[in-house]
Design a protein around this ligand. Structure first.
Ligand SMILES: [Zn+2]
Length: 407
């Protein structure tokens, strides 16, 4: 028992030094000691340990001190570890690997008809995409500390089970276990795509640092990742943020949830394409690969001033604004970020979205809510998930990598 508690204290201290170096780098051991309240001898020992694990390195520079020996400066080691995020969508997988500094090492897109493939085949393809990524030159010499998988659906995060993903046709899929057992027990986080997209926008996007932020996924469905005070709002059963199923038009078009007139049946990308390109979009659900090409066609026609396409996009923008007003009235975000396929459509969606949101929010000026397109492309959730895994090293949610060099 004694030994366990000793190791726990040491682990806690290792993570505290890691967090401090992340905040202060480049910084001396003395500065880490001052910031953590640990004594200098302890800090020196912890730094040696973190260097052996490939988490901290000496920069080769020294601090300028008037008295005594100059202190060698420390920084996070950006050469040794990586985390990988995968995002499952109806028509593609996105994969992003990041280093310890959250910098992107690799971004890949793999076309995948996820509806046709089914859950088990999707899990197999996710594992294959991860294994291929781990073999790439940017990643292969690094220790991968964890993997995240973003799914458009309701997720039981502790068990990694996808409870329900109507746009993929999944119910009760143990995705975390399916992926983990193929990756030799590597830590795997399964979370909702909108939640991980919101984390990405909080860290990297045009509204980064906004701690009350909503990220709207622009996929076949619409999900919202809601951050309040920098924390994800999950709700009692994980259902928070299902803005896509806000009923706006009782007699409106049928929704994937079985009801009618939900926001995503009016302004989800599939609904938008059906209205914007009536000659091109079939009545049955779109299959993988179609969506990206059709969004491209809609953009071309809108740029050329095609009245049917422009009117459809503007109508969808107005519906989106009504959804945004509901969010403003309930959570008062400082920023709302439109992601995914909404991004190329924002020149037509966003003006109407703003107008409708302003007109329908109780708070003046929509409570100060900025509305912006994401600049993270189709990988926001993969990027956010990878960053969540990297920061889990600092917080203790992930085990620290073992020493690779002699300490
Ligand atoms: Zn619905």
């Amino acid at each position: 028992m004694e030994k366990v508690s000793f190791q726990t204290v040491r682990e806690t201290n290792l993570r505290s030094v890691l967090r401090t170096v992340r905040e202060l780098a480049p910084c001396s051991r003395a500065a880490v000691a001052a910031a953590t309240g640990l004594n200098k001898t302890t800090v020196s020992s912890l730094v040696v340990d973190l260097m052996g694990r490939g988490l901290v390195r000496e920069t080769g520079e020294t601090s300028q001190r008037r008295v005594g020996r100059p202190g060698v400066l420390l920084a996070l080691d950006d050469r040794s570890v990586a985390a990988i995020g995968v995002e499952v969508n109806v028509d593609y997988l996105s994969v992003v690997a990041v280093d310890l500094l959250d910098r992107e090492l690799v971004e890949r897109h793999v076309p995948l008809d996820a509806r046709a493939a089914g859950a088990r085949e999707c899990a197999r393809r996710i594992v294959a995409a991860l294994e291929e990524t781990m073999k790439l030159p940017e990643v292969r010499d690094r220790t991968v500390v964890g993997v995240s998988v973003a799914v458009p659906g309701l997720i039981d995060v502790p068990s990694g089970v996808v409870t329900r993903a109507p746009n993929l046709g999944w119910r009760n899929v143990p995705l975390g276990d399916l992926v983990r057992e193929c990756l030799a027990g590597m830590p795997v986080l399964v979370d909702n795509d909108a939640n991980l997209g919101a984390m990405a926008e909080y860290r990297f996007g045009p509204c980064s640092g906004t701690s009350d932020l909503v990220y709207l996924t622009g996929e076949v469905g619409i999900g919202a990742g809601v951050l309040t005070g920098g924390e994800l709002l999950r709700g009692a059963g994980g259902w928070a943020g299902e803005i896509g199923h806000l009923e706006l038009e009782p007699n409106g078009p049928e929704c994937s949830c079985g009801r009618r007139g939900c926001l995503e049946a009016l302004a989800g990308v599939e609904a938008i394409l059906r209205e914007a390109l009536p000659d091109r979009v079939p009545d049955h659900p779109l299959s993988g690969g179609d969506v990206a090409a059709l969004v491209g066609t809609a953009v071309e026609r809108a740029q050329a001033g095609d009245p049917t396409t422009v009117a459809a996009l503007e109508r969808a923008g107005t519906w989106l604004g009504r959804g945004v007003a509901a969010l403003v009235n309930v959570v008062n975000p400082g920023a709302l970020v439109l992601g995914g396929y909404f991004v190329p459509l924002t020149p037509w969606l966003l003006p109407r979205c703003r107008e409708a949101a302003l007109a329908r929010s109780f708070a003046p000026e929509a409570g100060g809510c900025r509305m912006e397109p994401s600049d993270l492309g189709l990988s926001a959730a993969a990027r956010g998930g990878a960053a969540v895994m990297i920061h889990a090293l600092d917080t203790g949610a992930l085990p620290l990598p073992k020493a690779t060099a002699p300490a």
